[in-house]
Design a protein around this ligand. Structure first.
Ligand SMILES: [Cu+2]
Length: 171
């Protein structure tokens, strides 16, 4: 490819990415800060997964997360976990979720999440699953879900005590 054309394409890519990471600057259309983008591994044959992230709206305008899409899932819905008479279920948020100016939206376990439906392959620990977030103002914003194994439970019994008076730190 023509190097000048390639450089201008690169510049365009960087400009497109700028509002995600830059501080509020003149003309910054949508200074969204997106962090803690993760999901859990799924078992072979599991049809669904849940994605979590944090979005900070640094602009003076309200923003709205409308949904998401990914090549890895047939579709992605925004869900809210709800508990009704002790039964945990999920409610689709069809109109999306508003993020007020200067506010933050946190998608986390037991709360709002991205529901990945019809997964095409299991989500494997360590991989990054690309997806597009859909915003009312910022449009399509690419992110990647980092597949993380949930933190292990605290050990249920204390470690055996080291034998007293016996050093093991020499060879
Ligand atoms: Cu769900």
């Amino acid at each position: 490819m023509n190097p000048i054309l390639r450089n201008s394409l690169l510049a365009a890519t960087l400009l497109n990415a700028l509002p995600l990471s830059a501080d509020d600057g003149p003309g910054a259309a949508a200074p969204l800060r997106i962090s803690e983008v993760w999901t859990r591994p799924t078992a072979a044959g599991a049809g669904t997964g849940a994605g979590f992230l944090r979005i900070r709206n640094g602009s003076a305008q309200p923003e709205r997360l409308l949904g998401a899409s990914s090549e890895r899932a047939g579709r992605i819905e925004l869900h809210q976990q709800v508990e009704h008479d002790g039964v945990v279920g999920m409610r689709p948020l069809g109109d999306g979720v508003e993020i007020p100016p200067g506010g933050e939206l946190r998608l986390a376990p037991s709360g709002i999440h991205l529901m990945l439906i019809d997964l095409r392959a299991p989500l494997v620990p360590g991989e990054r699953v690309p997806l597009q977030l859909h915003f009312a103002r910022a449009g399509e914003v690419p992110v990647a879900l980092h597949v993380e194994v949930p933190a292990p439970e605290a050990p249920s019994r204390p470690k055996p005590a080291a034998p007293a008076g016996h050093a093991h730190d020499h060879h």
